[in-house]
Write a protein that binds this ligand. Structure first.
Ligand SMILES: Cc1cc2nc3c(=O)[nH]c(=O)nc-3n(C[C@H](O)[C@H](O)[C@H](O)COP(=O)(O)OP(=O)(O)OC[C@H]3O[C@@H](n4cnc5c(N)ncnc54)[C@H](O)[C@@H]3O)c2cc1C
Length: 337
């Protein structure tokens, strides 16, 4: 197949593994590439990370362009963006996806400005479709979908007149499929053509801070909204999470108020989760919160307002005060188990 017009993913490393967001994007890229009858490629860089790359084949990546250079061992904006831009110029993908991570958010706009192409940040959905501008019809282009104007509209953004179309996507938004252990990827080593003067910073030491809580991996999440943000409400939410073996999450205002840590915030500007069970306690269910949890397998909502939007996506809704409902849930669960 031609090494041209493929769907490319910027591959990030998370210590000594490939970052989950990159694997999620490879899965999404494969879905898009199949519709376009092209292949998925990766662009990666670092120092002696080649041994990690074969995993990409298990998620549908056919080829990865890897630049190995000691100077690329630690992330640095200018050289990383330069390597990505050079790779894109050499191989002409039609679509490029980046994680909306600190690294992706830094590199993607630099690459877009170098290549003078479109970039949409924080997409929540990607599709292949057509679009008409005046009399010109563009087919098989990337539809970059994301909430806009404070989440009041869902915008579809296109950039058909420049190549490639680029998008960033947050961690957890795209679904990771089960790996195919027989999947294979070709590793193409690229020469690092970045002059020393582009390396503007020298990293003396890299210190990794472990996450206090990993909401993404939790199978059960019990989240507190403003309706459960008083000390008694928070204690009840924690107690319910404890008996169920779950993790405590929150809505944004609860994190904004400092009642729970920011790392527990679920939603558009927080973490995107897909647990088996999500219990929303005193959460109204505005679109920005739903964006982060509506892919949960089962949703239980407790809210005293029967008109709360959260009930429109809940599998089970309980209309009532969390101070009364949660103790009864805990009691019932303990009695059963
Ligand atoms: C750009 C942008 C990004 C955003 N990102 C996020 C995000 O990532 N995550 C997020 O959560 N929000 C986000 N928001 C904020 C979002 O719009 C909502 O304001 C927020 O989700 C509301 O939080 P809440 O449901 O906890 O509070 P509220 O909207 O105040 O709702 C509280 C709910 O609790 C109920 N209630 C009150 N007391 C009780 C009780 N005793 N028992 C039972 N129910 C009770 C009420 O009926 C009400 O429905 C964002 C907003 C913007 C503009």
């Amino acid at each position: 197949m031609a090494v041209d017009k493929n769907v490319m993913v910027f591959i990030e490393f998370d210590g000594d593994r490939i970052a989950d967001v990159s694997l999620e994007l490879v899965c999404e890229a494969k879905r898009l590439a199949d519709q376009l009858h092209v292949e998925v490629e990766g662009v990666a860089m670092g120092f002696e990370k080649q041994h990690l790359l074969p995993l990409l084949g298990q998620y549908g990546c056919s080829r990865v362009y890897y630049t190995n250079d000691k100077r690329l061992a630690c992330f640095s904006s200018v050289p990383y963006a330069e390597v990505v831009a050079q790779t894109l110029t050499r191989y002409h993908p039609q679509i490029v996806l980046f994680g909306a991570t600190t690294m992706g958010r830094d590199i993607a706009p630099r690459v877009a400005s170098k290549l003078k192409c479109g970039l949409t940040a924080d997409c929540t959905q990607l599709k292949i479709g057509s679009h008409k501008i005046k009399d010109k019809e563009f087919d098989n282009i990337l539809l970059q979908i994301r909430p806009a104007f404070g989440g009041n509209i869902i915008a579809t953004i296109v950039s058909p007149e420049s190549m490639p179309s680029m998008a960033t996507v947050r961690d957890g938004v795209m679904k990771m499929v089960d790996p195919d252990t027989l999947g294979d990827v070709a590793i193409v080593e690229e020469k690092c053509d970045v002059p020393d003067l582009c390396f503007l910073t020298e990293v003396l030491e890299a210190v990794r801070e472990e996450k206090a809580v990993d909401l993404k991996q939790a199978r059960i999440i019990v989240s507190a909204g403003m309706g459960a943000s008083d000390p008694e409400g928070i204690a009840l939410v924690k107690a319910l999470a404890d008996v169920l073996g779950g993790v405590v999450g929150s809505s944004r205002p609860v994190a904004d108020a400092g009642v729970l840590d920011r790392c527990r915030q679920v939603g558009q500007t927080g973490v995107t989760v897909r647990p088996n069970l999500y219990i929303a306690c005193g959460i109204s269910g505005q679109i920005q919160h739903r964006a982060g949890m509506e892919a949960a397998k089962r949703i239980i909502a407790i809210n005293q307002d029967p008109e709360a939007p959260i009930f429109s996506i809940a599998h089970y809704g309980i209309v009532g005060d969390i101070h009364e409902v949660i103790p009864r849930m805990i009691k019932a669960y303990k009695a059963k188990s």
